[in-house]
Design a protein. Structure first.
Length: 90
C-alpha cells in the first residue's frame, strides 16, 4: 500500500477543501454540505494553502510564523490607535 506522508495528506486535504469551495451546497447521500459564503471562502483559503504547502511553495518555519505574528500584532496596534484618534477627534 502507499504511505500517507504529510505531502500526500496536504494534497488530499487541499483537493477536498477546494472541492467544497467550488461546489458549495450539495447533498451526497446522507451527508449534506452547506458551508455558506464565509465557509466557502475559508475552504478556498485552506485548500490553496494546503496545496501550496504540499507542493513545497509554502514553507512555514517557526521564524516565519513568529515574524508574521509580530507584524500582524503591530498592524493591529496601529489600527487601534488610528481608530482611537478618529473617535477622539470627532
Amino acid at each position: 500500500m502507499t504511505d500517507l506522508t504529510p505531502n500526500n495528506t496536504f494534497l488530499i486535504a487541499g483537493i477536498v477543501f477546494i472541492t467544497i469551495a467550488v461546489i458549495g451546497q450539495s447533498k451526497l447521500g446522507f451527508i449534506e454540505i452547506n458551508p455558506g459564503c464565509f465557509g466557502r471562502f475559508l475552504a478556498l483559503f485552506i485548500g490553496i494553502s494546503s496545496l501550496l504547502y504540499a507542493l513545497g511553495l509554502l514553507n512555514l518555519s517557526s521564524e516565519t510564523l513568529e515574524l508574521l505574528r509580530t507584524s500582524l500584532i503591530e498592524k493591529i496596534k496601529q489600527s487601534i490607535s488610528s481608530i482611537n484618534e478618529l473617535i477622539q477627534g470627532s
